[in-house]
Design a protein around this ligand. Structure first.
Ligand code: GSH
Length: 149
């Protein structure tokens, strides 16, 4: 008998939510262990050597990257597909994913959410309003313009 897979990571993370969206589209049964990565214990460090979420655990694999997890889900559960059929459209979809995982995440998670929520809420630092304003006014518009285009 196979055990129910587990997704480790709080849905506050967009990388966890990306993986949850693919799991929902594919109607996969799984358990969620909604940990906050900064507070993860030694066991978390063993499962996720970069100490990042999400982590996927099933009878076959332990994976600690959302893109790798989603590709694994696509290959092991091909219907319904989340990627388009043609190579060009698949590549375009993968590029949007890569852009979102890097530049969009850098601005939204690290420059904005980190300054507005994590630093004051988790680490007790003073909220850096100038940095937040800079991210909203300067860093975010070109990223959203590119996605709109
Ligand atoms: N490339 C990774 C990035 C995951 C990532 O950066 N997750 C953040 C939460 S949004 C995290 O775990 N951060 C913890 C840390 O940086 O210590 C993926 O796609 O899974």
């Amino acid at each position: 008998m196979t055990s129910t897979p587990t997704l480790i990571g709080t849905p506050v993370s967009p990388f966890v939510r990306k993986t949850m969206a693919v799991l929902a589209l594919k109607r996969v049964d799984y358990l969620i262990d909604p940990i906050v990565p900064f507070l993860g214990n030694d066991r978390f460090g063993e499962l996720s050597p970069l100490r990042r979420i999400p982590v996927w655990l099933d009878d076959q694999v332990t994976l600690a990257d959302s893109t790798v997890i989603c590709e694994y889900l696509e290959e092991t559960r091909p219907n319904p597909a989340v990627l388009p059929a043609s190579p060009a459209e698949r590549a375009a979809a993968r590029w949007l994913e890569a852009f979102a995982d890097t530049r969009l995440a850098d601005v939204l998670i690290w420059r904005l959410f980190n300054k507005a929520v994590i630093e004051p809420g988790v680490w007790g630092a003073e909220r850096d309003k100038a940095a937040i304003q800079r991210a909203i006014a300067h860093d975010l518009p070109p990223v959203l313009d590119y996605l709109e285009s």
